[in-house]
Write a protein that binds this ligand. Sequence first.
Ligand code: NAD
Ligand code: DAU
Length: 350
Amino acid sequence: MKTIAITGGAGFIGSHVVRLFVKKYPNYKIVNIDNLTYAGNLANLKDVESASNYEFIKADIVDAQMMFEVFEKYKFDAVIHLAAESHVDRSISNPTEFVFTNVIGTVNLLNSAKKIWKGDFEGKLFYHVSTDEVYGSLGKEGMFTEETKYDPHSPYSASKASSDHFVRAYFDTYGLPSLISNCSNNYGSFQFPEKLIPLFINNIKKNLPLPVYGKGENIRDWLWVEDHARAIDSIFHKGKLGATYNIGGHNEWTNIDLIKVLCSILDKKLDRESGASEKLITYVKDRAGHDLRYAIDATKLQDELDWVPSLQFKEGLEKTIDWYLENENWMENITSGNYQEYYDKQYNER
Ligand code: NAD
Ligand code: DAU
């Protein structure tokens, strides 16, 4: 029986990773450590909350003493670290929060693991989940490989880059067994509607304006969240200590093309006239420091660990849209309360 801490397990990607591990590995005890910020939601984990190999602990990774006490109590064999402040726009309006959670929180977890493992690293692992945004922005050509130099531009990506450096520093300095993966943009169920795809699905449904930053020409490389969770599973079990793995879907879209596809699928599903939802597109002021293009070269992951995405984008988008349409209550619960305040600040007062 292994005991594994998954941080940020009540968030978007974390909930998919928790679900996969709880269901696939009944001989692992999964302890979800999450502070339930605005982005954390236990409703994301309804189907596993009463599993006998699952436990939830509400705790802040920024609280060093609390983290150490939790690690002392559970004597984790491994950590999969996803907890983070994850939204670029919020990092532009409140960067310090990102330093606390993403940098100090990560260092607290590294220290707690180092303390309880006491140099006996046999069978232990600290797996840090990171982003392709640490590599900066691409021009029209090329892709991010594991060797691409770090060049973060937003406070979010700077904080994630810093946390990656700390993980590598603990590997080099103390021999703390660790791994890092850097993934491209995820989409799928349970994503907080501050991110492009769920926000736009919700606005289309409600006939609200679709706020496209700049000219909508920025490019993102989209991956279905359950394929990310599968990649994390492979890397966790078969990745080389000290290594980095890029994860991506070879699936680049300009924002405006992607938005038009969303509009056209939703026109059909909502029985609207063709072209009706596109009329909601509204070009707004660009995001400050907006990275032009991300594209991941995931050859290493494919060659070494045999991972490839399981879903084509159109199929994944259909599935995702259906999920949001069928889970209206989930969306309503999330968008009541503080969400409107965030929305007004981000879109109506900018
Ligand atoms: P999310 O914002 O949906 O979830 C983050 C979770 O972390 C929430 O449950 C939140 O409550 C928790 N959390 C935040 N601060 C905390 C704190 N101080 N203590 C304890 N818990 C805290 O994020 P996500 O999109 O699921 O991203 C998860 C991880 O994957 C992040 O590290 C992110 O950088 C990385 N990532 C995300 C994407 C993406 O497209 N969303 C792509 C690549 C990498
Ligand atoms: O690349 C991985 C990263 O992808 C993750 O590390 C981040 O946690 C995740 O949030 C995501 O970052 P992005 O900034 O790429 O995602 P977001 O959904 O915020 O925006 C996607 C694109 O859409 C981006 O070019 C900005 C644009 N956009 C976004 C919003 C919310 C708009 O045009 N309008 C919007 O309202």
